[in-house]
Design a protein around this ligand. Structure first.
Ligand code: DCP
Ligand code: CA
Length: 406
């Protein structure tokens, strides 16, 4: 049976939640992000504000210069989290195969469920209607045979749109679009491709796979598949995983502490990113080491309070690592770090502490950039030594055994 995947994304999410709560704001240029006289950037701009050139990430001062009559709102995360929960609950009524992507976006596998509603198009219309009726929000929906095409379709249909790509038309649908519209093509890749005269997804799809692989490695293969409208990724409901971990085997066994620490930091950041994406906090951090002779150890530390911070995960992992490493030890073959004892949205007790608050804001900002431009778009000082060792792609470093164990 041909798959039918729905991608759904709420329009101007933060702003729309504010407008639903305060109807006076409807139909007006509105910005969530803070007062215009404050430092900071636009988090979300209403479509009326976008007509003045405002976009997420723009400094508030610039935004107020371009559109002085916009209403600027500080916003409150609790409201958005609540709206997100209700949004996901509506989607879950339509298919159990639901994969939330952040707060206001999700994939739904509609295969086999659409007949209940007549067609997948009708199913999507009902979803949009319920979101409108129950939350007062607009959603944009893309329907296609795979995730990547469904995502492009929903983006293209914005705002308040619904765009279905018929089975078999994926490739021709993508072909005329500029390459930047293809998920996975970040600014860097766009520049390289445009430099070689590749401007549309169609042109990219015609590039020989070997050339793309030569240029971009494994990531080139992904580009090739996406450009041709091929994406076999399943819609994966978040497992009720008890732990999240990442590990990798080195190309060559190593005792180099700088490399071990850098790898630990990188893997820890990947763990932290997933943890935050799931909106969870962890109480335990585990270090795993496998030595050259295949002896494997795990060491675990329980924190005094739950965390979702990269720094706390790394600090704990490093503390465990330092206890383990001693001059007589064999070189390390594999290193891994994980978190467990997960709680949903566990608030940190020390949130009153401004440094913890800064950490949280920093992690969030980094996640946003990474989710948009690729994992290595931002690197922390500790992971820089990896640059010389592992090849990079937009998904991050290409490790020898990228373990996605959960
Ligand atoms: N967000 C943020 N800072 C950014 C980008 C986004 O705080 N630089 C927050 C505010 C957005 C929410 O995440 O409302 C969802 O991000 P989207 O990229 O989906 O943007 P919007 O929902 O605001 O608009 P669109 O209609 O383009 O989806
Ligand atoms: Ca959105």
């Amino acid at each position: 049976m041909a798959r039918r995947i729905i991608h759904i994304d709420l329009d101007a999410f933060f702003v729309s939640v504010e407008q639903a709560l305060n109807p006076e704001l409807k139909g007006k240029p509105v910005v969530v992000g803070g007062r215009p006289d404050r430092r900071g950037v636009v988090a979300s701009a209403s479509y009326e504000a976008r007509k003045f050139g405002l976009y997420a990430g723009m400094p508030l001062a610039t935004a107020s210069r371009l559109c002085p009559r916009a209403t600027f709102i500080e916003g409150g995360f609790a409201k958005y989290r609540e709206a997100s929960k209700r949004f996901m609950a509506i989607l879950a009524d339509f298919s159990p195969f639901l994969e939330p992507m952040g707060l206001d976006e999700a994939y739904l596998d509609a295969t086999g469920f659409e007949s209940i509603h007549g067609s997948v198009h009708q199913m999507a219309t009902k979803i949009k209607q319920r979101i409108q009726d129950e939350l007062g929000l607009h959603a944009s929906v893309g329907i296609a045979g795979c995730k990547v095409v469904a995502k492009v379709a929903s983006e293209l249909s914005k705002p308040d749109g619904l765009l279905e790509v018929a089975s078999g038309n994926e490739r021709s649908f993508l072909a005329p679009l500029p390459i930047a519209k293809l998920p996975g093509v970040g600014e860097k890749t766009e520049r390289i491709l445009r430099g070689s005269g590749i401007n549309t997804v169609g042109q990219l799809s015609l590039m020989p796979l070997s050339a793309l692989k030569n240029h971009f490695g494994a990531y080139g293969e992904l580009l090739h598949r996406y450009a041709n409208g091929i994406d076999n990724r399943e819609v994966e409901p978040p497992s009720a995983a008890k732990s999240i971990s990442r590990e990798t085997t080195f190309g060559k066994d190593t005792g180099d502490r700088t490399l071990l620490k850098a790898t630990l930091r990188y893997l820890g950041e990947r763990v932290g990113n997933t943890l935050r994406q799931r909106g969870e906090h962890a109480r335990c951090v585990t270090l795993k080491l496998r030595y050259a002779d295949f002896t494997t150890i795990t060491r675990r530390h329980t924190l005094s309070q739950t965390t979702d911070s990269d720094q706390a995960i790394f600090d704990t992992g490093l503390m465990l690592l330092q206890k383990e490493l001693s001059p007589g030890k064999q070189p390390v073959r594999l290193i891994g770090i994980g978190v467990s004892n997960l709680v949903e949205g566990g608030r940190q007790l020390d949130m009153l502490d401004s440094s913890a608050q800064r950490q949280e804001q920093l992690n969030k900002a980094i996640d946003r950039i990474r989710n948009r431009y690729g994992f290595t778009a931002i690197q922390t000082g500790r992971t820089l030594p990896l640059k010389d060792i592992f090849p990079e792609n937009e998904g991050g470093y290409t490790l020898h055994t990228p373990s996605l164990s959960r």
